[in-house]
Design a protein around this ligand. Structure first.
Ligand SMILES: Cc1cc2nc3c(=O)[nH]c(=O)nc-3n(C[C@H](O)[C@H](O)[C@H](O)COP(=O)(O)OP(=O)(O)OC[C@H]3O[C@@H](n4cnc5c(N)ncnc54)[C@H](O)[C@@H]3O)c2cc1C
Length: 409
């Protein structure tokens, strides 16, 4: 019997263990987790678990990973969104696809995914050791000595699937891997909300604005762009587009003194000159209406009302009373409102950008190129995707590839 240790019982580790056990009868698998196994899944997709995304072209799917795109080509050519759907269906999980392509279990409950994996693992004879934090891994000859306490447990092969954590390297998969000769890239939070220097967003906390064009500028250069819904929070801004921009900007050292500037266009598809012409016409046709009522057709009243106040423009002015200077200011507020981001929202990241250096891992097998019989999968690798089911997809794909290779290799 080949003895395999899976360190980290999250989505990637369980997928590796179950796939390996389903592929071979000649292996014994133990999953070690420092906490309750498979707990992380319960918080995904707001408790509904956004399993994957209905993007069936491999290259298009891979383009949703700011880190790991090319590395994933090989895994996706074998096990991508279509295979993931089939895999879950064949393990008794029915799925459905939302209009925005996000795929969820029909139960709308992440716990069904957890239960399925835990039951399957038990059925396959996989030993699950919860509350077993791995402190150290040593390699002697062709065996791995895994330390939970003082006495080592000996294995032939090891999968490291300890997930991401940019705050704590000590006692993490990064640390064991480093000790075995691998390099870990710089680690940063990604898929975060932003904290702005301006305090006024807190007055709008909870207000969502649909379909906003956002461009991010750092040191005078446009560094990211996206279009989607914007959410104001107590400390700044959030929402799917902000998460995406935070991923693109994960490694920029913006700060209070050198902020990342976000410019918002609330009338996308319209340039400021065209919008000015349109506004002049609207003013003409609505000469008896108050300014705030007219502009509420473009953005929520709470936002425009606040922006007019901050810019000292009287809200109940009639169009004929608006000066040219005020009109120019209004155009700017609606087509290029700027906010200065000083930090990502603390504790709010969904993934870690950075991880085990991908040059040192075989993308076809997930085996280390440095240490034979050592495998990796999931977020511990230098792979992170946007929101939409892409991070779990990377965990399923790399977990599956590691699993079938560890069982045969
Ligand atoms: C709030 C939130 C919502 C999310 N929603 C989604 C979503 O809907 N869709 C999506 O695609 N992605 C989502 N993500 C991202 C997704 O959850 C992760 O990318 C995914 O869980 C990574 O899987 P993993 O198995 O690699 O790592 P993890 O899920 O982090 O699992 C790693 C496991 O390793 C264990 N571990 C760590 N160190 C040790 C050690 N030394 N010894 C033993 N065990 C150890 C941990 O306890 C953990 O159980 C979300 C993330 C967050 C934070």
């Amino acid at each position: 019997m080949i003895r395999i240790a899976v360190i980290g019982g999250g989505p990637a580790g369980f997928m590796a263990a179950v796939s390996a056990a389903e592929a071979s009868n000649n292996i014994e698998i133990e999953i070690f987790d420092k906490a309750e196994p498979f707990k992380t899944i319960l918080y995904t997709g707001g408790g509904r678990c956004n399993i994957t995304n209905a993007t069936f072209d491999h290259k298009k799917l891979a383009s949703n990973y700011p880190r790991g795109e090319k590395f994933l080509y090989s895994a996706f050519s074998r096990f991508a969104a279509r295979e993931t759907i089939d895999w879950f269906n064949s393990h008794g999980i029915e799925l459905y696809t939302q209009d925005d392509c996000r795929i969820f279990p029909k139960s709308n409950d992440a716990n069904t995914i957890r239960e399925m994996f835990l039951n399957k693992a038990r059925e396959l004879g996989i030993k699950i050791r919860s509350h077993s934090s791995i402190l150290k891994i040593e390699q002697r000859q062709d065996k791995f000595y895994i330390y939970v306490g003082k006495n080592p447990i000996i294995f032939d092969k090891v999968v490291i699937s300890t997930g991401g954590n940019y705050r704590k390297v000590e006692g993490s998969g990064y640390e064991f891997t480093k000790n075995m000769g691998h390099n870990i890239t710089e680690l940063k939070p990604a898929l975060t909300a932003f904290v702005t220097k301006e305090k006024w967003p807190s007055n709008l906390a909870g207000v969502t604005i649909q379909d906003v064009e956002i461009s991010a500028v750092f040191k005078g250069k446009v560094v990211a762009k996206d279009r989607g819904d914007l959410l104001f929070t107590h400390k700044g801004v959030s929402g799917p587009s902000i998460f995406k921009i935070s991923s693109y900007c994960a490694f920029l050292d913006y700060s209070e003194s050198e902020p990342l500037i976000l410019n918002f266009n609330f009338v996308p598809d319209k340039k400021s000159e065209d919008f000015e012409k349109e506004l002049l016409k609207v003013f003409d046709e609505n000469s008896k209406k108050n300014l705030v009522n007219i502009l509420s057709d473009y953005v929520p009243r709470s936002l425009i009302s606040m922006l007019l106040d901050i810019n000292l423009i009287t809200q109940d002015k009639k169009p004929s009373q608006i000066t040219k200077e005020e009109r120019k200011k209004i155009i700017k507020l609606l087509t290029a409102l700027a906010l200065s981001v000083k930090t990502p929202a603390p504790e709010g990241e969904m993934v870690t950008a950075g991880g085990i250096n991908l040059d040192e891992v075989n993308p076809k097998t997930m085996e280390s190129k440095i240490v034979k019989n050592l495998y990796f999968c999931g977020e511990v690798l230098n792979i992170d995707g946007f929101t939409g089911g892409f991070n779990l997809q990377a965990a399923w794909s790399t977990g599956y590839i590691a699993g079938i290779n560890i069982s045969t290799g």
